[in-house]
Design a protein around this ligand. Sequence first.
Ligand code: CDP
Length: 570
Amino acid sequence: MKFSENAIKVLERRYLSKDEEGNLIETVEGLFRRVANHIAEADKHYDSNSDTKALAEEFFEMMTNLEFMPNSPTLMNAGKPLGQLSACFVLPVPDSMDGIFDAVKNAALIHKSGGGTGFSFSRIRPAGSSVRSTGGVASGPISFMKVFNAATEAVKQGGTRRGANMGILRVDHPNITEFIQCKKDSAEITNFNISVGITEKFMEAVKADTYYDLIDPKTKEVVGQKRAKEVYDLIVDMAWNNGEPGIVFLDRLNRDNVVPSQGEIESTNPCGEQPLLPYESCNLGSINLNAVLDEEEGKFVINYAKLARIVDSAVHFLDNVIDMNKYPLEEIEKTTKSTRKIGLGVMGFADLLFKLGIPYNSEEAIAVAGKIMEFIETRGREASRELAKTRGPFPLFGESIFKDEEPIRNATVTTIAPTGTISIICGASGGVEPLFAISFIRNVMDNDELLEVHDYFRKVAEERGFYSDELMREIAQKGSLAHVEGVPEDVKRVFVTAHDISPEYHIRMQAAFQEFTDNAVSKTVNFPNSATREDVSDVYRLAYELGCKGVTIYRDGSRDLQVLNVGKVK
Ligand code: CDP
């Protein structure tokens, strides 16, 4: 099998089944057989005579050849008693004690099963308003977020992985300024990513430098006004300070809401790539772009026939996951099965560009991104329509925005996930991000240092005759090839990393993928430490103009505990 040493380590630590004493009772092959067999089983629901053995073999090959990988919960739980297979959930948080604590409980159940949860806290009445039943005073959305956070913290140890949350507040909620600053003032919201839900109205008010209304979600009354630009500048300032909050364009999420009759989309999953209706869940899967490259006479070309084959099989796989999934709540099962959203995306995009010899920060790369994603989206929808012929369209198709088109099995087909762990399993660069470093030094036990170099870069360096451990160490120290002597200019141009790429190119790449993605794109815009607030503001505006659904930024060195520091990797 093709798994690297690193991949096997991750699989052993987190994915392979263990007995009560923690001994492995499953092999890597066993894991992928378990997943493939279980997911293939769904075909029997539609045709009791179908050859699920052959299908299981197809799925097994697709995963073990590192062509496609489903999200982590599917790998961990398929064919096991827990059986929860989705990474993404959104839960409603109503403005009532009962409702809020139901959501806390439901989130805990989801975290225990390996899923992540997103919430909008916008329906909660603002701090200071009255509570009729007790004659008391409401504590507001931020204080309740701390309750969700504490619950997440407690469940963390028992679950299979760390619980992750997204918290969103609409920009017209009366507590918006407190929300924007809530992660600065508090160490009690650490298990949340936070994003401000921005409206078109607000963006227009920023542009025109006018005031906008704050609305009490309970009474729907206008309870105040704020100068839009002041709020906008506060968001920018906080994001510049430590990367949060992000922003999400709510009207855009709802423009792509396939079934508006089911209500508004208020939130995304934790990493932002999957907008969902309340009680909806979605399972993701990603194609490894390294696997669709053919090498012909020392040159790489994209094999579109192979990509088409993988897309077809991946859509089939992800649709089956919906049927085989064991849902943490009946309500979630009902909502999820009524739209049957799936999220097929890619990983290894940065690797692909290296191999094609195209710099990430170039017009050509933007064009390649669009071409690949358009192909996947078009083909993915065709595959979903094909499934609809035998399985029927998703149940709410008749009241969806697609109702006059050819029936389709899944309300959404494409999503670009971060692929945090599955990209390690596949030995691929994460999602559509550029590489963070070409080489880096990992501190292992006993103060030993391990030099890790990007596989393909190492190969090129060896072939071109400039490889040395010393040079790779220098590259690790400097964090980029830009100022390293001894690396040929053409190589420097192609092997760019996150900090060589201007924020504008980061956002343009996100927009290029977004154009052909039903859901959203997980992407962080990296800024150098020296970037100004104005630079951040410019990127927000550009993201808005280019049709992105949200923005997450990070200015290098702005957080105390940075996981991966250029030059001094821990
Ligand atoms: O690579 P993997 O399948 O583990 O996950 P990912 O692509 O990095 O993240 C996809 C989604 O999984 C996130 O947006 C979250 O919804 C969820 N997730 C989570 O709940 N907890 C984590 N620690 C990581 C991801």
